[in-house]
Design a binder for this molecule. Structure first.
Ligand SMILES: Nc1ncnc2c1ncn2[C@@H]1O[C@H](COP(=O)(O)OP(=O)(O)OP(=O)(O)O)[C@@H](O)[C@H]1O
Length: 288
């Protein structure tokens, strides 16, 4: 059951940063195939990490391993000092490709509230139920405020735009005050303005709550203003570092095992040429 003793969604920041996630020499094998191996990754409080790479490289697999949904073939993953485990309330998760059709007539606010153990909270005594309900409502409102969704939270989720739905799903993931926020392609199918808007909301939430963010994306473009490090997954290898260190001709050519050229424009934009998946992709890079 969710602890509602505090109505605050925010996570207090300690005086010094500490590791929330430690991945040591991890490997995952699915269907007899090694998806990735030798993964080393440490995630600090408040960090914003983008997980990049071509289709099928193993980005979602990495998130699932962090969530304890997949066994490791080798190595360890430690989350907040304990082995990664299923159902960890310290992790808020926005899964891939969740979209509500127009005929879904559930208020946005109700969708957010489902984050409180799927609405399973409550006690048998009426006066405690009322108190719990008030606290839950306050928690829901705080999460809605955090993502800037107050104006449309009482409308049917099915009639909201993709960006509005995405903000409410992020609010749902924030409801348990997670110390880690994990999002699988939350910018997928949004237009550029909404991609930047949702990315900005996630960055803002991370700053306000101290939550670490791991976000899977195909396009680094709308994220580079916010991102601290990238986790690049390709051909069974995982490279971790700042965008300036990882999105380079040398590193991407090595990861893809084919010549890749990374060009940097005077305005800070990065252009990547020659990725097998797509011939040219643009990575806008803004100095941070
Ligand atoms: N249960 C499974 N059994 C066998 N192979 C699997 C299983 N689940 C996933 N895979 C394979 O593992 C690989 C990595 O999948 P994953 O979903 O992590 O890729 P991804 O990088 O997130 O891709 P995308 O960008 O297309 O979402 C894919 O080749 C996929 O087919």
């Amino acid at each position: 059951m969710t602890d509602l003793s505090s109505t605050s969604v925010a996570v207090s920041l300690p005086s010094s940063l500490h590791s929330l996630i430690e991945v040591e020499n991890a490997a995952v094998v699915l269907g007899g195939r090694t998806i990735w191996q030798n993964v080393q990754l440490t995630v600090q409080q408040g960090e914003f990490l983008a997980i990049l790479g071509p289709n099928g490289a193993g980005k979602s697999t990495l998130l699932k391993a962090l969530l304890g949904l997949l066994p490791l073939a080798a190595g360890t993953i430690t989350v907040l000092g304990h082995p990664a485990r299923r159902g960890n309330a310290a992790i808020g998760y926005v899964p891939q490709r969740r979209h509500f059709e127009a005929d879904v007539h559930v208020r946005g606010r109700s969708i957010v509230r489902l984050g409180l153990d799927g609405g399973q909270w409550g006690f048998p005594l009426p006066f405690i139920q009322r108190r719990q309900a008030r606290m839950a409502a306050a928690r829901v409102q705080e999460a809605i405020d955090l993502v800037g969704a107050t104006a449309y939270a009482d409308r049917s989720i099915g009639e909201l735009s993709g960006g509005e739905q995405q903000r409410l799903l992020i609010a749902q993931a924030l409801i348990t005050s997670p110390q880690i926020l994990v999002l699988d392609e939350p910018l997928d199918s949004l237009d550029l303005r909404n991609q930047q808007g949702v990315a900005g909301v996630i960055r803002q939430v991370s700053r306000e709550t101290g939550a670490a963010v791991l976000i899977v994306a195909h396009d680094i473009n709308p994220l580079l203003a916010a991102v601290d490090r990238v986790v690049y997954v390709a051909h069974g290898q995982v490279e971790v570092g700042t965008p300036q260190a990882v999105i380079t001709t040398e590193t991407l050519s090595r990861l893809y095992n084919t010549p890749i050229e990374v060009l940097r424009a005077r305005d800070g934009c990065i252009v990547v040429v020659g990725q097998p998946e797509e011939e040219i992709s643009y990575h806008a890079h803004r100095a941070r």
